[in-house]
Design a protein around this ligand. Structure first.
Ligand code: FAD
Length: 480
């Protein structure tokens, strides 16, 4: 690697750059934030962002970029931050990522760009996610929209579902001159970003601004349309004249544990709990009097160890839970949640009952939950997922006194479209089968991607599928 790399603006010698420590983002204090729904992370200042950007090594083989599912040109946008041209940095990200203010907040960068950053081998990786968030927020503050420059093609595409997969397809196709309309079953746009991820991690106004940006570039949106019921895909193509359809309907149907007592009042799926808080605005209590406020003053447990579980329990804490437990059957090392979320949850006082599994929900005698019978676990041999299998320890049963339990043990495919679209191939669990390179389905002109194909995954993987689908839809529309 050369001593001083010439991209454009990097002038500090490599040795000096390596001496700069990673700049940490400002956060609300744990005590303060545990009682409010304001964002936990407060973002970089201009000074912090500029200092962090100067840490980039400008590697000749930028693995950060090749490990990004949407291929963001990390070096180039970071270099524009070094130059102080934040608007150009935002425009550079937008070439590959239509939702930068969202991925800058919730993408698991440690598994992608930052995990592949050379700096991580010797210390801490470049704060690529933090820098992305900084320029995306800067762009939103300017209100500048980069309009597509290509002439209209006259082709029309229907996108089903307004989660990150659908939004990415829409944003990419409109930039290529196609007319795009997004159909969403719910009354709010954004998919899990809106109804799942809570305000304190991803504020609703950020999602709205990112969607407004897409609207300004020409994407049309229609809510309260359940494709498969209100209108079928065949009707969209044959009667309404759409040339292609993209299905990005997600995997939001909750799985349950099938243990005794699951029917008791006070036992929720994480999906229901978070939807009530996010869409029915329980987080704005008492302005919105949503019944979920029954967690106030109660002891609450979430079962599971993913992002959804931590979002649910941290939400319960903010709604006034007295004790808030995470009950997870493996150890912290196997938890699928992002490390940052686990750290934040611990700081806020969440009690982690690890290597613990519920075996029964206990009644209080009046049809409500009165407690949870649990068993302690130990880790045995690895299972099919490669993680060590949790095995119950005989005689270790105990009762956890909780009056609200939130089940967060996974989800399955949203089913409506599959049932109403003859010839659309699915696997045995109901997920739509699509070619992993082109996102083509078994039906001509119909493409699919995101959680409805892969099962529950991540925002950036759904967006990666959206990008691939947009590319092949474009080729299909232009070349047949
Ligand atoms: P979705 O986001 O599920 O969107 C699908 C949309 O399609 C929905 O709006 C749905 O209403 C709509 N729809 C369904 N059926 C129809 C129909 N028939 N007609 C019209 N519309 C329909 N990932 C991360 O990377 N980082 C995180 O921090 C993170 N946190 C998460 C927290 C929670 C609580 C949850 C539940 C998930 C989290 N994830 C996270 C996962 C991530 O949000 C999903 O992988 C991603 O949203 C999937 O995107 P998608 O576009 O495939 O589907």
């Amino acid at each position: 690697m050369p001593e001083t790399v010439q991209i454009k603006h990097a002038t500090l010698p490599l040795r000096e750059r390596m001496k700069i420590p990673r700049q940490h983002m400002l956060e609300q204090s744990a005590i303060e934030r545990a009682a409010n729904f304001k964002e936990v992370n407060l973002g970089y200042t201009t000074e912090l962002a500029s200092r962090e950007a100067r840490r980039c090594l400008y590697c000749q083989k930028p693995t950060c970029m090749t490990h990004c599912p949407v291929g963001v040109k990390v070096q180039e946008f970071v270099d524009l931050i070094v130059a102080g041209d934040f608007a150009a940095a935002a425009a550079k990200i937008r070439e590959d990522n239509v939702l930068p203010a969202i991925t800058g907040r919730v993408c698991p960068q440690e598994d992608h760009c930052e995990g592949a950053c050379v700096l991580a081998k010797k210390g801490e990786s470049l704060g690529i996610g933090y820098l992305e968030r900084f320029v995306a927020d800067y762009e939103q503050s300017t209100g500048i929209v980069h309009m597509p420059t290509v002439p209209p093609t006259g082709k029309r595409v229907a996108v089903v579902g307004s989660g990150p997969a659908g939004l990415t397809v829409a944003g990419d196709l409109v930039q290529r001159g196609h007319a795009v309309r997004v159909f969403e079953a719910l009354h709010e746009l954004g998919g899990v970003l809106t109804y799942g991820i809570p305000e304190f991690r991803l504020p609703k106004n950020i999602i709205k601004q990112q969607i407004d940006y897409l609207r300004a570039t020409g994407v049309e949106f229609e809510t309260n349309v359940v494709v498969g019921k209100t209108v079928t895909i065949d009707e969209l193509m044959q009667e309404e004249g759409y040339d292609a359809v993209f299905i990005g309907t997600g995997a939001g149907a909750p799985l349950f544990m099938n243990i005794p007592g699951e029917h008791l009042n006070g036992v929720y799926s994480a999906n229901e709990f978070l939807t009530r808080v996010n869409l029915m605005k329980a987080y704005k209590f008492p302005e919105y009097d949503e019944p979920i406020v029954s967690v106030r003053g109660k002891d609450v447990a979430v079962i599971g160890g993913g992002n959804t579980a931590l979002d649910a329990i941290r939400t319960a804490l903010r709604l006034g839970a007295r004790k808030a437990y995470v009950v997870y059957r493996r150890s912290e090392a196997e938890m699928p949640a992002r490390a940052e979320e686990v750290r934040h949850a611990r700081q806020e006082g969440i009690d982690f009952q690890l290597l613990t599994n519920p075996i029964e929900f206990l009644s209080d005698g009046n049809g409500w939950l009165g407690g949870m019978r649990c068993v302690r676990m130990e880790l045995g041999e690895p299972d099919a997922s490669g993680r060590r299998r949790p095995v119950p320890i005989a005689g270790s049963e105990f009762d956890l006194p909780v009056s609200v339990a939130i089940i967060s043990v996974g989800t399955s495919a949203n089913p409506v479209i599959q049932r109403s679209s003859p010839g659309l191939a699915t696997d045995k669990r109901g997920y739509i089968q699509a070619d992993p390179e082109t996102q083509r389905t078994s039906r001509k002109g119909i493409f699919a991607g995101g959680d409805i194909v892969t099962g529950s995954a991540t925002v950036i993987l759904a967006m990666g599928a959206g990008r691939r689908a947009a590319q092949s839809i474009h080729e299909y529309l232009m070349n047949g």
